[in-house]
Design a protein around this ligand. Structure first.
Ligand SMILES: C[S@@+](CC[C@H](N)C(=O)[O-])C[C@H]1O[C@@H](n2cnc3c(N)ncnc32)[C@H](O)[C@@H]1O
Length: 306
């Protein structure tokens, strides 16, 4: 849709009319609301109280341009350029995966483990490997030490320099809103554990990761909104889909303190094999935790004390 082809002067004089117009382009009322709120500078929560407010030509043009991108198949989150993740509002674009709700729940699980670890060790050193936009690392830095009660250090690493650029943008925003949380975060580039300084060997309390876990075959069948826009390297680690998870399990033990935890997001169908792999690798208290839809989503494993 060329925005100039739509006569917005007639079709959208109010916020409510603009939502209706955009909905005819994107075929979704809820997507339309996100777009109109963004283009008109209204918080999404306040939108429904402003349906009769007038909209400016700039807001109409902006909304129609965003709608055209959605209609062309781009993910809404990239079109908006921002998305919320737990307590964060983060910048998102093609440089990194769109943060998913499943991962918000993985952070809940990581926080539980972090608080247990804080009772037995200090400092608590966390490594979020494959940080992408930075959402896991930044959430743990923000929520893991309320009122500075825990001596917390968080590493945010990725093999992708462009993903790390985006993570740094989001870290910069956190530094403005919550400087003490942002000060806990160190960003480092490299493949999995290679990004960490060797001095951290055996000293990391919590390794958390949402690594790529889609097989090459599954990737071809993904929704084109995902497949054609999100970075393939953020989704596919290799032919089987478990290559990255295997490395994290196999190498993680060496980096963890005794009693340290591994918290890994995975696909539900990978749970059995990964649980067995973690047990064979010598971890103890190996657990699989469901996501909010009840599907196996997170592997939790502990490095034994001996
Ligand atoms: C599924 S995305 C997760 C991004 C973010 N943590 C999140 O949950 O939204 C996986 C991330 O792992 C990174 N990655 C892929 N291969 C890697 C490797 N060999 N070493 C480190 N990071 C890697 C990708 O660049 C991507 O940012």
């Amino acid at each position: 849709v060329n925005p100039a082809d739509l006569d917005h002067g007639v079709t959208a004089e109010t916020v409510g009319q603009l939502i209706a117009t955009v909905a005819t382009v994107v075929h979704s009322e809820s997507v339309s609301r996100w777009i109109v709120a963004h283009a008109a500078g209204i918080t999404p929560g306040a939108l429904l109280t402003k349906l009769d407010d007038p909209v400016s030509d700039t807001a109409v043009d902006g909304a129609l341009a965003l709608a055209a991108r959605c209609q062309a198949g781009e993910p809404l989150q990239y079109v908006l350029g921002e998305w919320s993740f737990r307590r964060l509002e983060v910048s998102v674009d093609r440089r990194a995966l769109v943060p998913r709700p499943e991962t918000e729940h993985v952070v809940d699980i990581a926080l539980e483990e972090l608080h247990q670890l804080a009772r037995m060790t200090a400092p608590v050193i966390v490594a979020d490997l494959g940080t992408g936009s930075g959402v896991i690392a930044l959430s743990l830095a923000l929520e893991g030490s309320e009122n500075d009660t825990i001596d917390l250090q968080v590493w945010a690493t990725d093999a992708s320099p462009s993903a790390l650029e985006l993570a740094r943008v989001n870290l910069g925003a956190l530094a403005t809103s919550h400087p003490s949380a942002a000060a806990r975060v160190t960003v480092a580039e490299g493949t999995w554990f290679d990004a960490l300084p060797p001095t951290l060997t055996g000293r990391v309390s919590l390794v958390v990761s949402n690594p790529p876990y889609v097989s090459a075959a599954e990737w071809t069948g993904l929704d084109p909104v995902v497949r054609d826009h999100e970075p393939r390297t953020a989704l596919v680690p290799g032919p089987t889909g478990t290559e990255a998870l295997d490395v994290l399990i196999d190498e993680g033990r060496r980096w963890l303190i005794p009693g340290g935890r591994l918290v890994l997001e995975m696909a539900p169908h990978q749970a059995g094999a990964l649980r067995a792999r973690a047990t064979a690798a010598g971890y103890v208290d190996v657990r699989v935790r469901p996501d909010l839809t009840g599907r196996d989503r997170t592997l939790v494993a502990t490095r034994p004390h001996v």
